[in-house]
Design a protein around this ligand. Structure first.
Ligand code: GLP
Length: 241
């Protein structure tokens, strides 16, 4: 595993954007696995700036997002599709039809999960998967539990995730209770995994994911078994390593 310790959030974002752009330059039609949350916002803004200046093109890039809330329409301001549009897709030259996010409104969520897995298989998996880390060590929306779940699945969000994400909604009551998330298998099949972390409130999750036992109670700990992980964090997030 490679670790980059950066001074602050801005430097962490720039480092990750650099690693992603290196992948896009190496393979212009690469498949990027993308994440939501507050952590990647700075990364996306940096990539959009390089795109605007003409230094980087996403024309042939395909993106697949990790997860989506169940019950939120793509146009809902807190849906992950809307997040991706506002923070990245609307500002770069990517072709909209090459951007994939699970459909949180699917009538039959199980069918949506297998459709997403088939689509991932058809694309040949992701070249680079960007991940944030939940405060409880979740990746995507793979919450702590008794087992790692391989495939895309419907998940009940944990109380700590609902509370952590309540800041984006009017109140915790409005946070959806379920989500569709890519499974641990799809994440582990990515050729490279890039984990971005920032802030002191992630230090414990970083420590438990990368220094503790590999257990589904800390979903991020599975990354210790991946052969090409790059961890990029600011000093605060890496302070316990
Ligand atoms: C959310 C997302 C994750 C994200 C995590 C951390 O629940 N599903 O993909 O990595 O929480 O979010 P943040 O970056 O805002 O701390």
């Amino acid at each position: 595993m490679r670790i980059y310790q950066e001074a602050d959030y801005a430097a962490m974002s720039r480092r990750c954007a650099n690693l992603i752009s290196a992948e896009v330059i190496r393979k212009p039609d690469c498949v990027l696995g993308l994440a939501t949350g507050s952590t990647p916002v700075g990364i996306y803004h940096q990539l959009a700036e390089w795109n605007r200046k003409g230094d980087l093109s996403f024309w042939d890039v395909i993106t697949v997002n990790l997860d989506e809330y169940r019950g939120l329409a793509p146009t809902h301001t807190q849906s992950y599709r809307d997040f991706m549009q506002k923070n990245l897709f609307d500002h770069i030259d990517i072709r909209q039809e090459n951007t994939y996010v699970p459909n949180g409104m699917a009538q039959d969520p199980e069918e949506e999960c297998s459709r997403y897995d088939s689509m991932l298989r058809a694309l040949g998996g992701t070249d680079l998967q960007l991940l944030g880390l939940g405060r409880n060590g979740h990746i995507g929306f793979n919450e702590p539990g008794p087992a790692f779940i391989k495939e895309t699945h419907v998940v009940e969000l944990s109380q700590s995730t609902i509370e952590a994400n309540a800041r984006f909604f009017e109140s915790a009551d409005e946070v959806p209770r379920q989500a569709i998330t890519m499974g641990i298998g799809c994440i582990m099949e990515a050729r490279r995994v890039l984990v971005a972390v920032s802030g002191e409130d992630k230090a414990e999750a970083v420590y438990r994911s990368f220094c503790g036992p590999i257990t589904p109670e800390v979903p991020g700990s599975i990354l210790q078994l991946h052969g090409d992980v790059v961890l990029v964090g600011d000093r605060a997030a890496l302070s316990r390593l």
